[in-house]
Write a protein that binds this ligand. Structure first.
Ligand code: OFO
Length: 170
């Protein structure tokens, strides 16, 4: 059973995950337009991941007998710039999401909501991976700099990323 406050906070997180999906979908379109198919693929897989995060919370609220309430999704900022700038913006956004997940965990502890504490552990771990992926790509892009060949090679590497649904959602 979820408290009203917890339900509202989880609904807020659905919206943030949906915004993340929207943001990465837009970044993917930007990369396609710029002729960077591999980067576009990476962001489209990220879009799929974010949708699955939103659905995980959606299913959890339903399972707990809470009411899912969907809010408007904000427009992404556009003007994404270079691949390096895009990944720096992605990392910044993921740090914001990590903070939001940690605030949910704080609330679950405050409310002695043991089920939600356990449910959120998956997201805590996932955020470590999200930030690590972005940091790795930022490091590679810094190494490559403005070298067109390096960007081309990295684009080919990112072409291979595929979406794996989280356990229980296959
Ligand atoms: Fe859902 O992890 Fe990114 O935002």
């Amino acid at each position: 059973m979820l408290s009203e406050k917890m339900t509202e906070a989880l609904n807020g997180q659905i919206n943030k995950e949906m915004y993340s999906a929207y943001l990465y979908m837009d970044m993917s379109a930007h990369c396609t337009y710029e002729g960077l198919g591999g980067f576009a693929n990476w962001f489209m897989v990220q879009y799929q991941e974010e949708m699955s995060h939103a659905m995980k919370i959606y299913d959890y609220i339903n399972e707990q007998g809470g009411k899912v309430v969907l809010h408007a999704i904000e427009k992404p900022p556009g003007n994404f710039g270079t691949p390096l700038e895009m990944f720096e913006a992605t990392l910044k956004h993921e740090q914001f999401i990590t903070k939001s997940i940690h605030e949910l965990v704080d609330l679950a502890y405050e409310e002695k909501d043991y089920a939600t504490q356990i449910f959120l552990q998956w997201f805590v771990t996932e955020q470590i991976e999200e930030e690590a992926n972005d940091n790795e790509l930022i490091a590679k892009l810094k190494l490559v700099g403005n070298d067109g060949n390096g960007i081309f090679m990295l684009d080919r590497e990112l072409e291979t990323r595929t979406f794996t649904p989280p356990a229980g959602e296959e």
